[in-house]
Design a protein around this ligand. Structure first.
Ligand code: HEM
Length: 120
C-alpha cells in the first residue's frame, strides 16, 4: 500500500492508538467524562479513515484525483477538531464541536462525489 491509501490507513492506526490510550487513561482515572470525545476520535479518526484508505487502495484511479486529496485534508482536520470540540463542549462552549462536525460532513460529501465519479 502506498500514496493516499497508505496515508489514510496510517492516520487511522495513529488515531486509534491515541484513542485507545485515552480510553485506558479514562479507566485508570475512573473518570468517563471524555467518553464521547474518545468515541468520536476512534470512530471518525480511526474507523472512517481506515475505511477510506481501503477504498482508495481498491480504487487507485480515485486516489489520484485532487478531490481525493481534499477529502484527506478535510478528514484529517475533522478527525482532530471534532473530538477536540466534543471534549471542550463537556465543560465549555460548543463552537469548536460544531465546526468539527461540519468538517466531517464536508469530508463525507466530498467522498460521495469521489465515489460517484469513479463508477466502473
Ligand atoms: C484500548 C482500547 C479502548 C479502551 C481502553 C476504551 C475505553 C473506554 C471507556 C473507559 C469508555 C467509557 C465507558 C463508560 O462511560 O462507562 C469508552 C466508551 C466508548 N468507546 Fe472506547 N475504549 C477503547 C477502544 C475503543 C474503540 C476502538 C472504539 C471505536 C472504534 C471505541 C468506542 C467507544 C464508544 C462508542 C464509547 C461510548 C461513548 C459514550 O458513551 O459516549 N472505544 N471506551
Amino acid at each position: 500500500m502506498k500514496g493516499l491509501a497508505f496515508a489514510f490507513v496510517l492516520s487511522a492506526a495513529a488515531y486509534l492508538t491515541i484513542g485507545m490510550i485515552w480510553g485506558i487513561g479514562m479507566g485508570i482515572q475512573e473518570d468517563f467524562t471524555m467518553a464521547p470525545a474518545h468515541a468520536h476520535l476512534n470512530l471518525v479518526g480511526g474507523v472512517l479513515m481506515a475505511l477510506f484508505g481501503l477504498y482508495y487502495h481498491a480504487v487507485p484511479a480515485a486516489a489520484a484525483t485532487g478531490l481525493a486529496k481534499l477529502h484527506f485534508a478535510l478528514s484529517t482536520l475533522g478527525s482532530w477538531i471534532f473530538p477536540a470540540g466534543i471534549a471542550i463542549a463537556q465543560h465549555g462552549p460548543h463552537g469548536v464541536a460544531i465546526v468539527g462536525s461540519f468538517l466531517v460532513l464536508a469530508a463525507m460529501v466530498v467522498f460521495v462525489i469521489v465515489v460517484l465519479r469513479n463508477r466502473a
